[in-house]
Design a protein around this ligand. Sequence first.
Ligand code: RIB
Ligand code: CA
Length: 311
Amino acid sequence: MARKIIIDTDPGQDDAVAILLALASPELVVLGLTAVAGNVPLALTEKNARMICELAGRRDIPVFAGCDAPLARRLVTAEHVHGKTGLDGPVLPEPTMPLQDGHAVDFIIDTLRAEPSGTVTLCALGPLTNIATALQRAPDIAERVQQIVLMGGAYFEVGNITPTAEFNIYVDPEAADIVFKSGMDIVAVPLDVTHKALVTAQRTAAFRALGTPVGIAVAEMTDFFERFDKEKYGGEGAPLHDPCVTAYLIAPDLFTGRRINVEIETMSDLTLGMTVADWWGVTDRPENALFIGDLDADGFFKLLTERLGRL
Ligand code: RIB
Ligand code: CA
């Protein structure tokens, strides 16, 4: 039985690869994409989401625009990582598929209420503003969500936008706090694991060797996307964050983690957006999330490359 998902996203090259992986995988049925402001402003994230659907030949996927700013703070974007369009690297045609009229938050609420309870999974690849807004407007949906798998946070790997915070959580810490206290079945995919999913030159070459428009576009995305992180970390490649979320849903055995308590810093300027992960169980705070710590990187890239080859 294929798993129904809604992908909430702020494309972003790594979001694009995560979406393409989902669209290429029969284990998943993508009910819709909901765009949120994050890597770049909303006008670009919703446009990029439509461009990615068209790259995959999936003009049938409904794309909605959501929140254009965090719940309680000014938007912080990441053009320095993703380029001014948010999808720098490949030259993709302007989208021709329409943006849906409704608001993304209403789509999330309506879909969760319309589908049988416990049958829709949320994949959150950006700041959690849309998800938190939906929970605030419709608290009844929390128990209807099958699971939320979100790329966000960091513990052993520390922060990437500040010394202590990962970008998605940092942009909207109040939204993250609402999500982590919602009682939903949460799988957190933090930098601890995504920093082990490094796009090496060899792995990018495997994307390019697919020889398809998708394979070549993904190689051009990762070539662009990785220049910043390779410079910063001096590693052999850039971490491919968001595809770890959709890969987890397709092949969870590639990943390992631990059920722990995770809480969000929302008060301190110094550590704002930190995911305070009780990995060693030193508190009696409730275990509210499966916190992923490791993956089989070769297995992940083998799956990803094979699936992209299907588009
Ligand atoms: O910190 C990495 C996350 O921030 C990824 O989701 C990337 O796309 C950006 O949104
Ligand atoms: Ca993202």
